[in-house]
Ligand binder design. Structure first.
Ligand SMILES: Nc1ncnc2c1ncn2[C@@H]1O[C@H](COP(=O)(O)OP(=O)(O)O)[C@@H](O)[C@H]1O
Ligand SMILES: [Mg+2]
Length: 510
């Protein structure tokens, strides 16, 4: 074959390989950075027609500086770049460049791979790992603090009870109590961030919850902000802790208010929503399925990308000292995650922000609201078995209960409790046990003891259940539960309530 034919044939083959190739490719001139040709796959990726492509330079799709760097860095080796499509969307591409002859010129052929989805998932994974690590730390510290705070506030309360009304030490002890209570509030926030709080979920109608809160929300945001509720009818139910969900709404509303110092519109919206496979594929922590959406939107200051990347971190705040704690969104994050949901933030500087909370949708009817809890007397003479491995918490519980008349048996670990239950000749009316204990969990111990003593009632105490306990559903809805730190008064009241109940007690705070 004559040389000319050979060339033309090669050229023709190249065109076929190039044009019809499913891999996006373009050809550019390394001197002028002009784009000379793009194949159909590249046109589809960038949104430009082939003609439009030929009028562009590299700088148009990846910025002046990157374009210069691009030609010097690349030589057959693949590297990753961020490009802009015609519509302005950012895409991540991996590019390998090869020197070729094209139309008689020495040019470069770029072969691309769209890795936008991959880099997004990598970002999400990094983000999730970061939150996990921070959560572990925060949760660990908060858990130990809870035990200490139970002791500090508990003993302060006992001292206070023994002081006369005009005792000179009264004020000092009250200050200790107050500091202990603020510290307890802080650790509660950290526990909810780290998803180690004990949630007491109920079946909830979110529309009802928002409506009941609305008067309070209006007061919270003041007169310059217009509060709009858009509550879709026939909203599905969700399973969540109502108190915690109120906290979520409040935190989001407060943030929205603070983003609109000159006033604006704040919208709280609910809707049924379905997150499909495609959405789940792009959001690594979301399972596809039916959800209920709760969205809180404002048309305030908005956030830049740097803020958006960090806003769920505990203690991350852009507000002045004394105004922001940086715990609002981290608490929201923890509560929503622990309830099996997910949170998404859409925001643009100067435009406003929309925070979307998705909670798994149930198809159950709303449970009957429990009747009004009666105030009960706090004294008693029954026998109570206390199992708690923390020595100081255990003594506090014993002292508190003995002061109000109970017989108290106490042991440090569940194995000893088993033995004591066997050997104790008289009745044992109530078991008070930590949920998470070494060797045998509170619920497992309770089950064993109830086998021998069917009338035994049970009250759990805990700072948290770790995620394994929560996930395994160890604590069911109908158990009596007291969260650390608790005050002696709350303990005494709860004990009375459990002893007088039918075993299915209502939870505190409902
Ligand atoms: N609706 C919003 N509009 C603008 N920025 C927000 C909004 N919500 C949260 N942010 C940003 O996220 C940061 C963290 O929020 P948050 O965790 O509630 O802590 P705090 O409100 O105490 O600063 C805020 O400091 C702010 O920069
Ligand atoms: Mg806040």
């Amino acid at each position: 074959m004559p040389a000319r034919h050979l060339l033309r044939d090669k050229d023709r083959k190249f065109r076929i390989l190039f044009r019809a190739n499913p891999q996006p490719m373009w050809v550019f001139d390394p001197q002028t950075l002009e784009l000379l040709e793009a194949n159909a796959a590249a046109c589809a990726l960038y949104g430009y027609s082939a003609d439009e492509f030929r009028k562009l330079t590299l700088a148009d799709i990846q910025g002046e500086e990157d374009a210069r760097r691009f030609t010097s860095v690349l030589n057959g080796k693949a590297s990753a770049w961020r490009h802009r499509t015609k519509s302005g969307r950012a895409i991540d591409v991996e590019i390998a460049v090869h020197r070729i002859q094209f139309g008689g010129k020495r040019v470069q052929l770029a072969v691309l791979m769209d890795i936008t989805g991959r880099t997004q998932l990598e970002d999400q994974l990094r983000q999730a790992q970061k939150m996990e690590a921070v959560g572990m730390l925060a949760g660990g510290v908060a858990h130990d603090f809870n035990n200490l705070l139970t002791i500090i506030t508990g003993y302060s309360q006992l001292i206070l009870n023994s002081l006369g009304p005009h005792d000179p030490n009264r004020h000092s002890v009250e200050q200790i109590m107050k500091a202990g209570e603020s510290a307890a509030a802080l650790t509660r926030q950290l526990l909810s961030f780290s998803r180690r709080q004990v949630l007491q979920p109920k079946v909830i109608d979110l529309n009802g919850l928002v409506s009941r809160l609305s008067a309070m929300l209006r007061r919270l945001i003041g007169e310059d902000i217009d509060l709009r509720l858009e509550l879709r009818p026939e909203l599905g139910r969700v399973s969540a802790d109502p108190g915690q969900l109120e906290q979520v709404i409040m935190n989001l509303v407060v943030n929205a208010r603070e983003a609109m110092p000159q006033g604006g519109t704040l919208t709280v919206e609910t809707a049924n929503s379905y997150l499909d496979e495609t959405y789940a594929a792009q959001h690594m922590q979301v399972k596809p399925g039916p959800y209920v959406l709760l969205a809180v939107s404002d048309n305030g200051a908005g956030m830049d990308a740097a803020t958006q990347a960090r806003l769920f971190e505990p203690f991350f705040t852009t507000k002045v000292v004394g105004k922001g704690t940086g715990l609002g969104l981290s608490t929201v994050f923890g509560i929503v995650k622990q309830s099996g949901g997910s949170v998404e933030v859409y925001s643009a500087l100067g435009q406003g922000t929309s925070v979307k909370v998705y909670l798994p949708r149930l198809d159950q009817p709303v449970a009957m609201e429990s009747g009004t809890a009666q105030k009960t007397a706090v004294c008693g003479t029954e026998t109570i078995l206390v199992v708690e491995d923390d020595e100081m918490v255990r003594s506090l519980v014993r002292e508190t209960l003995e002061r109000v008349g109970y017989q108290v048996l106490d042991v440090a670990d569940p194995m000893a409790a088993r033995g004591l239950s066997e050997s104790h000749p008289g009745a044992i009316h109530l078991l008070i046990a930590d949920v998470v204990m070494p060797r045998l969990s509170g619920p497992a111990l309770a089950q064993e003891l109830i086998g021998r003593r069917p009338a035994l009632k049970v009250l759990y105490i805990s700072g948290y259940t770790d995620s394994a306990v929560v996930n395994s559903g160890l604590l069911e809805r109908e158990v009596a539960f007291l969260q650390k730190p608790f005050t002696p008064a709350a303990l005494a009241e709860k004990v009375r309530e459990v002893l007088e109940g039918d075993g299915k007690t209502k939870h505190a705070g409902e």
